[in-house]
Write a protein that binds this ligand. Structure first.
Ligand SMILES: C[S@@+](CC[C@H](N)C(=O)[O-])C[C@H]1O[C@@H](n2cnc3c(N)ncnc32)[C@H](O)[C@@H]1O
Length: 270
């Protein structure tokens, strides 16, 4: 298979990646046939998967606009993915010119493409790092240059925590990040769950199996398990809810039934 110019040399283009599969669901062009094949297999069980991803992106944009409206001008987006339509820096910087944004991802394609998109943007940058190593993220020169940890930050963990198994203790990483951020910081989370999926659970499990097969298991947590990520935060109204129900711009009843799968929420420290 020929390697396109945007694909870093270090990547394995013979096995699927979570970020490239997600790019495909969203209609992007930074994916390979192996990614599309996995995505199509997952969609055989849940044909509405792209609707969930669109609801996820729409939630994220509303949450960033909300944070900016509440005076936050620094954003740390971990598991930021391959840039696509309506990225965090575009939303944040149009709501608050000069807002600082640091993206973090462990996927080389996501990092390389973010670097390309941000080349001319002095107030945004990207770090290649793992959520499970918060000190590497916080100590990176990009965070040191752009984020003032003495002032509130919006920490985005959008559609990433469901790729971290309990054995790797995502709760510890989230708590460590919370403790490093100034009072008044926000946590923005979306997370997959069997709750809300408009299908029999056995059918949805077919999709989960596809991610197991590519050795990137999708961890479907319950609402209560997802709520535990917000320990130490006060929930912003309306709390942890199906994504279209969180401060909607348009009538949630007009949304596709698939968009109500999983949860989104925002918390703020006192
Ligand atoms: C489904 S995408 C979400 C992208 C974006 N946040 C959004 O919601 O549109 C999940 C991203 O998390 C990244 N990711 C998964 N586990 C990670 C980890 N432990 N550390 C850093 N990034 C991770 C993947 O590489 C992928 O780009």
């Amino acid at each position: 298979m020929e390697r396109p110019a945007w694909a870093p040399r270090s990547i394995d283009i013979s096995s699927p990646s979570v970020s490239r599969i997600y790019d495909y669901y969203l209609g992007g062009s930074h994916n390979f046939e192996v990614d599309r094949e996995a995505a199509r297999k997952a969609m055989e069980f849940m044909p509405g998967l792209p609707k969930i991803m669109q609801a996820n992106r729409a939630f994220m944009r509303r949450a960033v606009r909300y944070a900016a409206g509440e005076g936050i001008d620094q954003f740390l987006d971990i598991g930021s993915g391959i840039p696509t339509f309506g990225n965090v820096h575009e939303i944040a910087q149009s709501a608050r010119p000069g807002a600082r944004v640091v993206y973090v991802d462990h996927d080389p394609v996501a990092v390389a493409h973010s670097q390309a998109v941000l080349r001319e943007n002095e107030d945004a940058d990207v770090v290649a790092a793992d959520l499970l190593k918060p000190q590497e993220i916080l100590g990176s020169h990009q965070v040191q240059r752009l984020i003032d940890l003495k002032r509130p930050v919006a920490l985005l963990l959008v559609a990433i925590l469901h790729f971290v198994e309990d054995a790797d203790d995502p709760y510890r990483a989230v708590a460590e990040l919370r403790d490093a951020l100034a009072p008044g910081s926000m946590l923005v989370v979306t997370h997959a769950s069997f709750e809300g999926i408009p299908l029999p659970r056995e059918q949805a499990e077919g999709t989960v199996d596809v991610y197991k097969d590519i050795r990137n298991p999708l961890i479907m947590r319950t609402r209560d398990e997802i709520a535990r990520f917000f320990e130490g935060y006060d929930m912003v109204e309306p709390g942890l809810v199906p994504m279209p129900d969180w401060r909607p711009d348009t009538a949630p009843e007009d949304e596709d039934p698939y968009s109500f799968s999983g949860f989104g929420g925002v918390g703020r420290t006192a």
